[in-house]
Design a protein around this ligand. Structure first.
Ligand code: XLS
Ligand code: NI
Ligand code: NI
Length: 433
């Protein structure tokens, strides 16, 4: 039975040791890193410092493999499927062994991933307190830190019409209480960040929706969270995670630019950054790296949920990223802004429901970590040989002097530009028509 996993000294993955860096390993050896070498210095920092990998607790320790067409396929020997505190503690201990064996230094969770919801808020919070004490103990023992925590404001039926954008003020109030508790937890566990993913903040039909009140309520919600954060002295970064659709037909935090517009409209841009998940970016119809580049350009890229969908599918499949080109483009932006800290690369990814072996949990993370290590190496090479950057600089060089410089400095006018045009413009490409 599962009892043997209850003690503090239980081992959950006895057949798997710490994953070594072994670049010469044979293709068949899958429990080794072939590219990720944590302490190797590259472009001025160690790989570990650039990449700041994090394991997400929800998919990796709460995922069951169930989908709309079929039941759970993933059974974990320590997990009896019960909603008990004992089961929650076993999962957490298994989690920390997993993080440690992979050499991953961060984790992330929703409140409801780690502790069972009780009959009322008070009981739920007592459950959380007990589990958070264990989490703190395990963090201290292993040195693994909390990249971010968040609230699940979308699974419980009370949130079927949203949380902060709910038409019922009492649901809004419940969500506020949940966030208050999770901010206390963030402070206690020393979280680097706190994430808001607006799971059901959106609409299914405009006919029954007061758009501007819902958006204003969301802004009020965020302002209260900022006030409470300051009051308790939590210093982590607040992050909003954009997503265009699913579960609602239209989600308010559609993509990076929509969130940036929202933050600026409501005067929240100094208190929030973005947690960008490229699988969501592609759902919004953009290139994989688009939201990462946009958020970074505005100084608002805080962290990344480093997963992928399949370009030929239209939904959030949360796959482990295995595409070196995508990883290169992400890491290029990360290097250009000199890192993601206190953010990181959180694997908001799940093994497929057919991947039932325990070792698949490791293989999936190792593959993704190696992919990002390769992306980091390629991006570094791109930056250091300066081939692309010099071309880009030349492309915009007309803004470095003369009338271009005046435009850049916002010190010219339509009148002046009209006069200059005759003298300065050459259209080689028009001349040949
Ligand atoms: C769902 C989101 C979610 C957030 C955290 O699509 O990616 O997992 O990252 O609530
Ligand atoms: Ni995510
Ligand atoms: Ni997602």
């Amino acid at each position: 039975m599962v009892d043997k996993y209850d003690s503090a000294s239980a081992e959950y993955f006895p057949d798997i040791g710490e994953i070594p860096y072994s670049p010469e390993a044979e293709p068949a050896q899958t429990l080794v890193f072939k590219h990720y070498n944590a302490k190797q210095v590259i472009h001025g920092k160690t790989m570990e410092e650039w990449l700041r990998f994090s394991v997400c607790f929800w998919h990796t320790f709460r995922g069951t493999g169930s989908d709309p067409f079929g039941a759970a396929t993933l059974s974990r020997p320590w997990d009896d499927g019960s909603n008990t505190m004992a089961n929650a503690k076993r999962r957490l201990r298994a989690g920390f062994e997993f993080f440690t064996k992979l050499g991953i230094k961060f984790w992330a969770f929703h409140d409801r991933d780690i502790a069972p919801e009780g009959r009322d808020l008070a009981e739920t919070n007592r459950n959380l307190d007990e589990i958070v004490d264990l989490a703190l103990e395990l963090q201290t023992k292993t040195g693994v830190r909390l990249l971010w925590n968040t609230c699940n404001l979308f699974s419980h039926p009370r949130y079927m019409n949203g949380a902060a954008s709910n038409p019922d003020a009492h649901v809004f109030a419940y969500a506020a209480a949940q966030v208050k508790k999770s901010l206390d937890i963030a402070k206690k566990l020393g979280a680097g960040n706190f994430v808001f993913w607006g799971g059901r903040e959106g609409y299914h039909t405009l006919l029954n929706t007061q758009i501007l009140s819902e958006l204003s309520h969301m802004a009020t919600f965020f302002k209260m969270a900022v006030a409470y954060k300051k009051k308790i002295g939590f210093t982590g970064t607040f992050l909003i995670e954009p997503k265009p659709k699913e579960p609602t037909k239209h989600q308010y935090d559609y993509d990076a630019m929509t969130v940036i517009g929202f933050l600026k409209h409501f005067g929240l841009e100094n208190d929030f950054k973005l947690n960008v998940e490229p699988n969501h970016t592609t759902l919004a119809g953009h290139a994989y790296e688009h939201d990462i580049v946009m958020a970074s350009a505005f100084g608002l890229l805080g962290s990344v949920d480093s997963n992928t969908g399949s370009p030929d599918l239209g939904w959030d499949t949360d796959q482990f990223p295995m595409d070196v080109k995508n990883a290169t483009l992400v890491m290029k932006t990360v290097i250009e802004q000199n890192g993601l800290q206190p953010g990181g690369l959180n694997f908001d990814c799940k093994v497929r429901r057919e991947s039932t072996d325990l070792r698949d949990m490791f293989v999936a993370h190792i593959g993704a970590m190696d992919t990002f290590a390769r992306g980091l190496k390629c991006a570094t090479r791109m930056m250091e040989d300066k081939f692309m950057s010099q071309h880009v600089q030349t492309r915009y060089s007309s803004y470095e002097k003369g009338i271009g410089k005046k435009i850049e400095e916002n010190s010219t006018s339509l009148e002046e530009l009209e006069v200059t045009t005759d003298k300065s413009m050459v259209f080689p490409y028009l001349a040949i028509v």
